[in-house]
Design a protein around this ligand. Structure first.
Ligand code: NAI
Length: 409
């Protein structure tokens, strides 16, 4: 008995996904194709029927129409951060876990924040522009070292905490505010309220998700709370900082400079124009949502998502799937085989499966079940080779959606 041969598992990687992902599938023996472009809905709906693993980035939409034809699809990898281009609930219902790479570009964002803090403190981008224009304006007034200054981090998650470590290594004092209790790294210290953070910080940087609570988290009312001549950075999500309030603070001189990478409205493509009230203001660094855009991040995304997909195919683990009950499974042991079953989450399913196995004389060595509202994901290791007969009996259960058996090669 052997697992389904990898050479027959078709992997389609679209949108020029990093070649390291292609190499990982190839090395493991899969039939993998790498394509440069995205596919539109009709083309993908035509091709998806033959595909077992689909890799996409943000331009390919996996819609209900596409999923309706996805009869062989085992899993989808979003080689990016966001997953809203995929019908996640629809994928879950047809037993297709979706994986992404939420933290592959964390360090890239953190490094840009640190770079901008220094550039703002030294007014370096304005000076660079002047020199490009032939203007020589050698001054020290209004230019500062960052050593000894206070950095206030709003949102002490993956990026916020990386910024914290890097900032401390430059001699900054770090304080942070988060809505949940977080372990402070190094000598960073939490403050009790957001207002306290605004009052104490020389630099304020936002690293929160976009939620109803974080929309306009910084607004006109806060201009009165911040330290005069402080700096503000937002490389998180565009609606977190109210741009009009920030522009007002910059024009009045209350805010000494800003670094902004994300905007409430962003152009859909590089060919579309961009307008913002921040354009033309002094000591304002504007970047086009590139905080996480580095070669390293692209490479990390390629390997992180490919490894999650390979793990799911090779041992059934769904850890970090965004739409699926998570189970972390170890490697198979010699002599055992693993049955993976996805079923509708209905009462009595596990009882029925256990009866089938005991009637066949099998002994269950380990069993894991994780459920969501819609489905249950069951993994079992059995000591006897009940093989295809058992698979067929489980498949025949009215609530079964998909069943696979893995054998140690
Ligand atoms: P994360 O989920 O690890 O951390 C977010 C933190 O914010 C959490 O600790 C959470 O408890 C906290 N938080 C939530 N609501 C809050 C509130 N009202 N006040 C204070 N804290 C609050 O997220 P991560 O990976 O650190 O990302 C942070 C942001 O950066 C996200 O919005 C993400 O979309 C964005 N991002 C931007 C990139 C860019 O290219 N500019 C690239 C990558 C991420």
């Amino acid at each position: 008995m052997i697992s389904y041969p990898k050479g027959k598992i078709k992997v389609l990687l679209l949108e020029n996904i990093h070649k390291d992902a292609y190499e990982l599938f190839k090395k493991d023996g899969f039939d993998v194709t790498l394509e440069k472009d995205a596919l539109d809905e009709d083309d993908l709906a035509k091709r998806i029927g033959e595909i077992h693993i689909l890799g996409i980035r943000s331009k390919t939409n996996v819609t209900p129409k596409v999923l309706a034809n996805a009869r062989r699809l085992l899993s989808i990898g979003c080689f990016c951060i966001g997953t809203n281009q995929v019908d996640l609930e629809g994928a879950e219902k047809i037993a297709v876990p979706v994986f992404n790479a939420p933290y592959s570009n964390t360090r890239s964002v953190a490094e840009l924040v640190i770079a901008e803090i220094i550039m703002l403190a030294r007014k370096a981008t304005d000076q660079s522009r002047d020199v490009h224009l032939g203007k020589w304006n050698k001054i020290a007034k209004g230019c500062f070292e960052v050593r000894g200054k206070t950095l206030g981090i709003v949102g002490y998650g993956h990026i916020g905490s990386q910024v914290s470590v890097l900032a401390e290594s430059m001699g900054m004092k770090v304080i942070f505010f988060d809505v949940i209790a977080k372990l402070p790294l190094g000598n960073a210290s939490p403050v009790a309220t957001y207002e306290e953070l605004l009052q104490q910080s020389d630099f304020i940087t936002f690293h929160v998700p976009e939620t109803e609570e974080t929309e306009n988290l910084f607004n006109k009312a806060h201009l009165a709370h911040i330290k005069p001549n402080s700096y503000l950075l937002n490389l998180s999500r565009g609606k977190v900082v109210n741009i009009e309030a920030l522009a007002e603070g910059l024009k009045s001189g209350r805010i000494a400079g800003a670094g902004i990478d994300v905007y409430p409205e962003e152009p859909k493509s590089n060919d579309d124009p961009f307008k913002s009230p921040l354009q033309g203001l002094n000591n304002v660094i504007l970047t086009p949502h590139v905080g996480g855009s580095t070669e390293e991040a692209q490479k990390n995304i390629g390997t992180e998502v490919a490894q999650k997909l390979l793990k799911f195919i090779n041992n059934g683990s769904t850890t970090f799937s965004v739409n699926f009950p998570n189970i972390e499974l170890g490697n198979l042991k010699p002599g055992f085989h693993r049955i993976l079953n996805i079923h509708k989450n209905q009462p009595g399913f596990l009882r029925d499966i256990n009866s089938i196995i005991s009637e066949m004389g099998g002994n269950i060595l380990s069993q894991h079940l994780s459920t969501s509202t819609n489905i249950g994901y069951l993994s079992m290791e059995i000591d006897r080779n009940l093989g295809d007969e058992l698979k067929n009996k489980i498949k025949a259960h009215q609530h079964s959606i998909r069943t696979r058996i893995l054998y140690l090669d």
